[in-house]
Design a protein around this ligand. Structure first.
Ligand code: FAD
Length: 286
């Protein structure tokens, strides 16, 4: 069976970027992903920005499932509930339910009604709205987790609250994901666990992301791409092959789905999908 694919995009900042995003989404939808997801950033209009992209994609690709990311720490419970209602009206079924890297969740005592944690948010999404919450998981352990066990217990609570699937933070070595999958399964957590795959679109940027989100960078990792700046074409080929090898190794170990962080660029993801020799799958309605 070919693996199930999903592609993540972020809301564009201007009209040119919006055109590029829609071109990338159209190009990648040819792979019949089970969904395309749209992140939600930290600025004040982030919820509206994500909603606008989801709305446009639902209109331009009615058979394509689109899953918005909703960071529960960035808005009050009534605001998030209103968003969920609007997404339901658009025909959205899955929501990537995450905390968001907010400085601090205000407490009810500070005068606003906020979800106390992702667990309660997931519970409301699943049971209050009948949506399918997809949650985040961390093969290299979340940098703010007190311990790997606390991270795992937290994932279990999100699953018990109604999460139907999890997508992982990106990682550099297949073994990191495979060990994590074994730990998750040994803990009795049975929901689909999809590896988040970060193509090496721009090595420096990816390494910076890794430092920010606690993804372990293996010794000598960047040295293997030493000629990247001198030979962009050669780098593209080498970086694509690197991700294909990672995905092939995961497939050999029974991994049957990949979530690609596209960073709104389709070229390298296209090359990776082609080299993985994937067959188009039937699209799933949203
Ligand atoms: P939780 O499930 O609440 O926590 C996960 C673990 O981290 C737990 O162990 C928890 O104890 C610990 N933890 C997390 N945050 C804190 C904190 N503030 N204080 C103490 N402990 C904490 N971010 C965005 O802003 N927008 C997005 O669209 C977005 N999409 C994402 C998609 C995926 C697939 C992934 C993996 C991450 C995404 N993120 C996004 C990043 C995410 O918001 C951060 O990783 C955030 O810090 C934790 O979110 P969570 O839902 O995993 O948190």
């Amino acid at each position: 069976m070919p693996p199930l694919l999903s592609f993540e995009f972020f809301p564009p900042k201007n009209e040119n970027a919006a055109t590029r995003l829609h071109e990338a989404a159209a190009a990648l939808s040819a792979w019949n992903p089970r969904f395309i997801s749209i992140t939600c950033g930290a600025d004040g209009s982030a919820l509206e920005g994500t909603f606008a992209v989801v709305q446009a994609l639902r209109a331009s690709h009615p058979t394509l499932a689109v899953a918005p990311h909703l960071p529960m720490s960035r808005a009050s419970r009534p605001t998030l509930r209103q968003s969920l209602q609007q997404y339901k009206q658009l025909g959205v079924r899955q929501v990537v339910a995450i905390r968001g890297d907010a400085p601090k969740i205000p407490t009810a005592a500070e005068g606003a009604d906020f979800y106390p944690s992702t667990v309660e948010f997931v519970e409301d999404l699943a049971h209050g709205f009948g949506l399918q919450p997809i949650v985040a998981a961390y093969p290299d352990v979340h940098p703010l987790a007190q311990s790997p066990q606390q991270d795992l217990d937290h994932l279990r609570r999100k699953v018990e609250a109604g999460a139907t699937a999890a997508i992982t933070q990106f990682f550099f070595q297949a073994e990191t994901f495979l060990r994590f999958r074994d730990t998750v399964r040994a803990a009795g957590i049975a929901i689909p666990l999809t590896p988040g795959i970060m193509p090496l679109h721009d090595l420096k940027q990816v390494l910076n992301f890794a430092k920010g989100c606690g993804t372990h960078i293996p010794d000598g990792f960047s040295e293997q791409f030493a000629d990247a700046e001198k030979d962009p074409h050669g780098y593209f080929e080498q970086a694509s092959r690197h991700t294909v090898a990672l995905c092939d190794r995961l497939r050999l170990e029974g991994v049957d789905g990949f979530h690609f962080y596209t960073l709104n660029r389709s070229a390298m993801v296209q090359a990776i999908c082609e080299n993985l020799k994937l067959q188009p799958r039937k699209p799933v309605a949203g």
